[in-house]
Design a protein around this ligand. Sequence first.
Ligand code: AMP
Ligand code: GLY
Length: 436
Amino acid sequence: MKILIIGGGGREHAIAWKLKQSAEQVQLFIAPGNAGTSQLGTNVDLDLNDFTTVKAFCLQESIDMVVVGPEDALVRGIYDYFKKDSELQHIVITGPSAEGAQLEGSKSFAKAFMQRHNIPTAAYREFDATNFDEGVAYLQQHSLPIVLKADGLAAGKGVLICASHEEAISEFSQMIREAKFGASSKKVVVEQFLDGIELSVFICTDGEHYVLLPEAKDYKKIGVGDTGLNTGGMGAVSPVPFATPHFMQKIITRIVNPTVKGLKEEGIDYKGFIFFGLIKVNDEPYVIEYNCRLGDPETEVILLRFKNDLVEVLKAMHEGTLDKIESEISPNAAVTVMAVSGGYPGSYKKGFPIAFNYLNNPMEIKHMDRDGGVVVFHAGTKQADGSVVTSGGRVLSVSSMAPGIAESLELSMEVIEQIHFEGMYYRDDIGNEFVD
Ligand code: AMP
Ligand code: GLY
C-alpha cells in the first residue's frame, strides 16, 4: 500500500507513525514532510496549489491512498478533484469535499448548518459591507465580551474576543472595511460569548457511519498556567477527565449524530475527519467550531490511544463500511508537550541545530507499545548538512502514554529535558490541571 500524506507538521509525523503500524505493508510519501517523516518514508516537494502536480505524482508512484493533514487543500477541493478524475477516483482520499470543508472554511456556513440541525452553539448574527451600520448598532447593545469571527480561513487568527464596545466596533470596522484578515473578514460573525471549559472530539466518517476517536484538550496559550498569547497549540492531553461517559453521550446525541445526519440529508459528500471544537457550559456541550481535519497537536495524543489499524479504518471510510469497525481506545493517558522556538508565536529564528541523541531514531527512546512509552514527533524540523535543524515555531512534539496523566507528563518531561536547541521553550504544565 503506497500512501501520500499531505502536510509537514507534528500531526503528519504522527499520522505517518500510525500508518506504519498497519498490518499491511505500507510505503509512505510525505509532502512536504519534515526531518521526522523522512525516517518513515520519502519526503516529496509537491506544489500543493496545483492539483495536476499531485495527480502526476500519484500516477507516477501508483499511490493507493492520500491522507490530507491541513485544511487548505480540502477547502480548495482536492477531494473533489480526485473524485472527478477517472484516473484518480479509485484512490482512497480523506475528504471532505469542498462543500463539506465549508464547515471549517466558512463560519457563516457552519453556524447556519448548526441552526438548521438544532445543534447547540452560541447565538449569532452576521454582517458585511451591505449591513455594516446595522452591525455597529447591534454591537453597541451587545453584552460583553463580544466574540467577532472572520467568516473565512485566517490561519487560526480570525477570532477576536473584545472586552469593550469600542474595541469591538473598531475591530469590526477593520475586519470589514480594511480587510484585516483579507477576503476572509469581508463577512463577520458576531457571537455570544460562552464561558466554560473546552475540549475537542474527533470522528472519522464515511458520510453515514463514523468511528469515534479519543477526545483531547489542547493548550493554546504560550505561558504556563494558560497565560499570554495564543499559539497553534503548546501541548495536549487525552483522555479529558471531565468528558465522562454521561457527558460524552450528550455530545454524541446532540452534536455528533445530528452533524453526520445533517451532512447526509443535505447531500454533502463527507468522507473524512470531523474535529468538533466544543465548550462545556453548565454541563451542556456547545460547538465553538468545526474543523474538517485532525488537530495539531491533538493528533499527537489521540493516535497513541487509538488502537485500530488506521489503514483499515480509512479503507472502510472510502467503502462506506465504517459501521463494521469497532473503535478500540486505550484506557491509558497520553500527553504531548511542544518544544518551540524562542520568540514563538511572535518572530523567531530558524536553523538552530537540535541536540538529542535519539533524534535519528525516535522510536527507540522508550519503545511505544500498545500501553505506553514515549515518541518524539517532529514539527518544524528539517535536515541540513546531515543534521537536524529547527525550521518552524513549533519544533518537536514529545508524546507519552502511561496509566495516568501525571506519569505521562513526567515521561514527556524526562525526554524533553534531554533535547536542546538555542532558544528552546516548552510548557511543563500540560494536563496538570487534571492531576490531584
Ligand atoms: P475558533 O477559531 O473558532 O476555534 O476560536 C478560537 C478560540 O476562541 C476558541 O478555541 C475559544 O477559546 C475562543 N472562542 C471562540 N468562540 C467563542 C465563544 N463563542 N465564546 C467563548 N470563546 C470563544
Ligand atoms: N490545535 C487546534 C487545531 O489544530 O486547530
